[in-house]
Ligand binder design. Structure first.
Ligand code: NAD
Length: 499
């Protein structure tokens, strides 16, 4: 389907009374609707709570009131929302759902196109997929697509089991595994920056890049998600998916074409080339942390172990830093450092590409060294690129100073870029799976991460909590880079400036 074609589909949303539906999915659909990007569509919301269609439509409207600045054609939009109270484990209920879907398909002329969006806890994914197949809901003349939220399994074994259950009802090319980082404007921009500029690609290798740093830090703690987080931790929640996906985009070879298959195949090669870690290597290359009490924006916050539904002796990590090595010609010897954590000093997702030093310093700066060139990709909250160069200090003969070339997305486009979910929903409706995760990527990522969790789960970390809320993580994360002669570029000093 072309970029500006308007898709038609029935969207069956499982988990329609949940947080994700209200905060992200309804607003994203409404934005697509207001922009005229949807042709014909209807939504069946499915959840346990008994609600009438009218009550459901009101809850959709209420969620839009919070997130949307206009209520253009709101009644027409919400009139396309229907509700079915359904326990997904109850077989008899799927027949009612099937009849309802058939009627709406006819009423709105939806051509038998169906999207099943599972905005629910992952333990239900397999059951729902099997029922959809068994009860004939996937038996349609149009397309059928399954959208699933993370986490996709808990480790490689459980991911394989889940995948095989899903595949009884859907082919791999009908499964859209959401990684919402892949919907972010600046994550999508990584490829364009790399492959549409003659100046970067020749330098994008181990001869000119000394290291890469990928940081995704949050100021929020675990909030109400203690029960989920205790079993997950930062490694499974962030590294297995978002962090490794960003690394794959940064390190992949140029695809021969911008098609889903070609791009995925290049990303898969990166994940295959990740140097696996075994036993003690894990502790040399990875650092885990857990937040203690501290202050965020001058407000005291509790330690992780004091959060709701968290074990008071919890061994769960809320911070991970690691050194990745990619064993291929392009990247041999270049460390890629990643770090992610909760309750950190700043909310920031940034990528810093540090270039090698010039062979000889003819100039000097205050500390007698030249600043290395940096390319900073700002993913969120601000979106843009900064290139750090050295230039002559005005009035001085031989002194260089750092200058920054800045590009802030909003200065160019003049608008906030669409929310990731809006783009991903639209892509799914158009049948473009490029920005979703293929099973091969999921499996390779779990394979890498499982080695780390095996070591961490078998040894209790005695020093937890080992970083204060409001800091940038444990000292060991700094030592990880110091061993190689590097340091983390402070994300708070790298803000993109509006031009
Ligand atoms: P939630 O707990 O707020 O909502 C869960 C929904 O599932 C509710 O509508 C509930 O009624 C329904 N449900 C639960 N058991 C059911 C059953 N047996 N039968 C029918 N319906 C049932 O969860 P959420 O925060 O919306 O998250 C949903 C999924 O999205 C999870 O997999 C989560 O990990 C993922 N996710 C959420 C967010 C977010 O921002 N909330 C972000 C990324 C991923």
């Amino acid at each position: 389907m072309k970029q500006n074609e308007k898709p038609t589909a029935l969207i069956m949303l499982f988990g329609a009374t949940g947080d994700l539906a209200k905060r992200k999915l309804f607003p994203s659909l409404y934005n697509l609707y207001k922009k005229g990007k949807l042709e014909r569509f209807a939504v069946i919301g499915v959840a346990r709570r008994p609600l009438t269609n009218e009550e459901f439509q009101k809850s959709v409207a209420d969620s839009l009131q919070v997130s949307s600045d206009s209520s253009e054609n709101l009644d027409d939009f919400t009139s396309r929302f229907y509700y079915h109270s359904h326990d997904v484990t109850d077989s008899s209920s799927y027949q009612v759902l099937k009849n309802m879907a058939g009627e709406l398909d006819q009423h709105y002329s939806l051509e038998g196109n169906r999207i099943f969006y599972l905005a629910m806890a992952p333990e239900f994914f397999g059951t729902i997929a099997e029922h959809l197949k068994h009860d004939g809901l996937t038996d349609v003349p149009g397309f059928k697509r399954l959208v699933i939220e993370k986490p996709f399994g808990h480790d490689l074994e459980s991911a394989k089991e889940l995948n095989s259950r899903i595949r009884t009802a859907f082919n791999e090319d009908e499964v859209y595994r959401i990684d919402h980082y892949l919907g972010k404007e600046m994550v999508q921009n990584i490829e364009v920056i790399r492959f549409a500029n003659a100046i970067f690609e020749p330098l994008w290798n181990n001869r000119f890049i000394s290291n890469i740093q990928v940081t995704s830090s949050e100021t929020l703690g675990v909030e109400e998600r203690g029960r989920y987080y205790e079993k997950s931790g930062a490694l499974r929640d962030m590294v297995q998916n978002h962090m490794l996906q960003m690394v794959a985009l940064l390190a992949m070879e140029p695809p021969i074409r911008l098609t889903t298959d070609e791009i995925r195949s290049e990303k898969v090669k990166v994940l295959r080339a990740l140097r696996p870690l075994e036993g003690q290597e894990v502790n040399n290359a990875f650092v885990r942390g857990q937040y203690g009490a501290g202050q965020i924006n001058s407000t005291p916050v509790p330690a992780y172990r004091q959060e709701q539904m968290v074990d008071e002796n919890s061994n769960t990590e809320t911070f991970v830093a690691g050194k990745l090595l990619i064993d291929n010609f392009r990247w041999a010897g270049v460390p890629i450092y990643i770090r992610t954590g909760k309750r950190m000093k700043a909310k920031s997702t940034k990528i810093v590409i540090q270039f090698q030093d010039v062979p000889m310093n003819l100039y000097y700066q205050t500390e007698q060294t030249l600043n290395p060139n940096l390319l900073v990709i700002h993913i969120q909250p601000e979106e843009g690129i900064t290139l750090h160069l050295n230039a002559k200090k005005s009035g001085k003969n031989t002194e260089a100073t750092q200058v920054k070339l800045n590009f802030a997305n909003k200065d160019i486009d003049g608008i906030n870029t669409p929310e990731a979910y809006e783009k991903l929903l639209y892509d799914c409706m158009r049948g473009d799976a490029t920005n979703f995760t293929h099973w091969d990527e999921v499996a390779l990522s779990w394979n890498f991460v499982d080695k780390i969790s095996d070591v961490w789960e078998s040894t209790k970390e005695q020093n937890f909590p080992n970083y204060e809320s409001g800091s940038m993580g444990p000292d060991a994360a700094d030592e990880l880079l110091a061993k190689d002669g590097f340091f983390w570029w402070p994300v708070t000093d790298l803000e993109v400036e509006n031009c």
